[in-house]
Design a protein. Structure first.
Length: 333
């Protein structure tokens, strides 16, 4: 029988209502887990659980917390067949993206899940999410970091939090689901990442300074000039459509040129949830390309941020980082 490790980081799934709003509650969470007969059924895999304390509302997740999750997976890698991470939904797509890069040559499932309603409440979606995530982790079919939510298994670095209050909280607009969990769990075998030939390795992330600029009509780019210093390592610019910025925003290009000269990696992503950046299609994007910006193609902003953290943490030079930003490393683009 396979054995999985559950890493509980917090999130709504284990929260209780207080007069200040929902907060994680370790005892209550374990009390509710112990009331789930499914977790001791003969058909469920063996499992252990580690609580990563203090449990967090995922809005409070930091790069150091990603490192802590990664270290727990890494130090237990050989003892388990798969991993389930319980996590708040708010930053789940960021954590999934970050872990996908940190886990080099991952050869086991790492399934992140949570819920929109705490497990202690009667309409909770948490129970189904945990059980299905455990089954997928124990089956060992995927070799990647995924998000499981409400019947769908998504590639973690392709997912976005799509709904603040619906049970289908996540979508993967540019990549099909890796599996659908209906009566059976049906994997989309043709698109799963292959089992790696090389040994697993865990890369810690450094909290390198990264910024995100979202373009909007009337944006005054000169306001951003002050943040474009040599200490800024990377910027994601969320543009309109296929990578377009207002032509009237004359101040942006000198800023990007300055950033480029400083060695800052400027990655262009689109504000559209679906579709890809194609720099040079319109005159309004051509200038970005000439100024030295690189295309984030159809990467989510979450994946682009996580990838920059990863590539800078690897210690690569700027040219290599620019090249790898435009190369799919874990199916993220
Ligand atoms: N604020 C919560 C969190 O991200 C929301 C959730 O879990 O759904 O931890």
């Amino acid at each position: 029988m396979s054995k999985i490790l559950i890493i509980n980081t917090g999130g709504t799934i284990g929260m209780v209502k207080t007069e200040n709003g929902y907060v994680p509650n370790l005892d209550k969470f374990h009390e509710n887990l112990s009331k789930m007969p499914e977790l001791s059924a003969s058909s469920i895999c063996d499992w252990d659980i580690i609580d990563m304390l203090p449990l967090l509302d995922s809005s409070n997740m930091t790069v150091e917390d990603w490192n802590r999750i990664g270290e727990l997976i890494s130090s237990n890698y050989n003892s388990y067949d798969g991993f389930v991470i319980l996590h708040g939904t708010d930053t789940m797509a960021y954590t999934a993206s970050a872990l996908s890069f940190m886990m080099e040559n991952l050869g086991k499932p790492v399934i992140i899940t949570g819920s929109q309603i705490p497990i202690c409440e009667i309409r909770s979606d948490g129970k189904d999410n945990i059980i299905a995530a455990m089954l997928i982790a124990s089956e060992g079919i995927v070799n990647e970091v995924c998000i499981y939510f409400r019947g769908e298994l998504l590639r973690g670095n392709r997912a976005i939090k799509y709904s603040a209050d619906g049970f289908m909280a996540f979508k993967s607009p540019n990549a099909p689901a890796l599996a659908q969990a209906g009566i059976a769990i049906n994997y989309n075998e043709g698109i799963l990442l292959p089992k790696p030939a090389d040994a697993f390795n865990f890369q810690r992330l450094e909290n390198v300074p990264i910024g995100v600029i979202k373009v909007f009509p009337g944006i005054q780019f000169d306001l951003f000039s002050n943040i474009m210093t040599e200490s800024l390592k990377g910027v994601v610019i969320e543009t309109f459509g296929a990578g377009n910025i207002p032509s009237s925003a004359k101040s942006l290009l000198p800023i990007i040129e300055k950033a480029f000269a400083n060695g800052t990696v400027v990655t262009v992503c689109t504000q559209c949830p679906q579709g890809t950046v194609l720099l040079g299609t319109y005159e309004t994007s051509n200038a970005l390309k000439s100024a030295g910006a690189i295309s984030g193609k159809d990467m989510t902003t979450e994946a682009a941020i996580a990838k920059m953290y990863y590539l800078f943490s690897k210690g690569y030079d700027t040219k290599t980082i620019c090249r790898l930003m435009e190369t799919s490393l874990r199916g993220e683009e």
